[in-house]
Design a protein around this ligand. Sequence first.
Ligand code: CP3
Length: 353
Amino acid sequence: MTSLKNDTFLRALLKEPVDYTPVWMMRQAGRYLPEYKATRARAGSFLDLCKNTELATEVTIQPLERFDLDAAILFSDILTVPDAMGLGLYFAEGEGPKFERPLQHEADIAKLAVPDMEKLEYVFDAVRSIRKALDGRVPLIGFSGSPFTLACYMVEGGGSKEFRTIKTMMYSRPDLLHKILDVNARAVTEYLNTQIDAGAQAVQIFDTWGGVLSDAAFQEFSLKYIQQIIAGLKRENEGRRVPVIVFAKGGGLWLEHMAEIGADALGLDWTCNIGEARRRVGSKVALQGNFDPFALFGTPESIRHEVERILSGYGSGSGHVFNLGHGINQHTNPEHAKILVDSVHELSRQYHK
Ligand code: CP3
């Protein structure tokens, strides 16, 4: 394997000295880029694009051609895992992801099992192909959903505003939800380890919906299972540590708890103050975030100002990976994304002397 030409991202996650703050953007490959839309049209659909090794590689690289990013992220989706469990993932136009066979009956839940990783071979093929295409330019991030966030889609059958179905299960039949979460945690552990074997150099666990839970429920139904996954992950490959990032949207209240589960870094959404977050987690973990994705709808000046506010809020020293607090919106002007990336690089040098 070729050695990395730019390992700033991996070094920042391990709080090792860096010359500037590295940056990547959640959902950096996506519909705000016209070249992404063109490739997706060639593939046919979003799922066809995920399953086409050559085109998935192409869209992963697209944002790196436009912006000076410090990491690439595998082009795929968190819902590939429940799809491989047989739930039948599809994307209804304008409605987001849906499952043909949501998990709502006890008999179906009893049958749920960790899928054969061969069903996800297209994901591992994409990891190998992207590593080859990157040729050591920047590290490649692999990812998965958290057991609870996956369960939200599996039980609700798609996106949700109130999470009534899964919360009904959680409060009335917690045993059923625990069964789903246990299978998900084992599946995600195997899925991430296979991504690491295929060449993922860091992994991120997305807990997009943990923040809808009560304090007690977050610990019992989300955090515990993320901790179980981390305990089972391969932490070194190709002679280097493979850092683990945990991102729980709306999880700012629980940073101290999240810092205790063995992750190398925590993702922050835009609602928390990054300086306070740093003080709260101490030296236990690095932080990633926390630019509001909608701040990209401001002016070039306001974007630079917001970048500076976050960089100075974090302060001097390593341990910060700049990122958005959630995925980039599809209506974002790509020129504004470029201003973000360039100003992070330019303005952060003063904090790494
Ligand atoms: O960051 C990247 O560039 C890598 C690719 C990536 C996608 N999804 C591609 C995608 C990643 C890391 C994800 C993660 C993901 N998927 C999450 C967790 C992160 C988050 O945003 O909270 C979740 C909850 C999903 C499930 C999912 N997939 C939803 C809710 C949607 C629809 C939302 C939307 O933006 O339309 C998807 C589809 C999806 N996944 C798209 C992309 C580029 C858009 C599909 C398209 O091209 O039409």
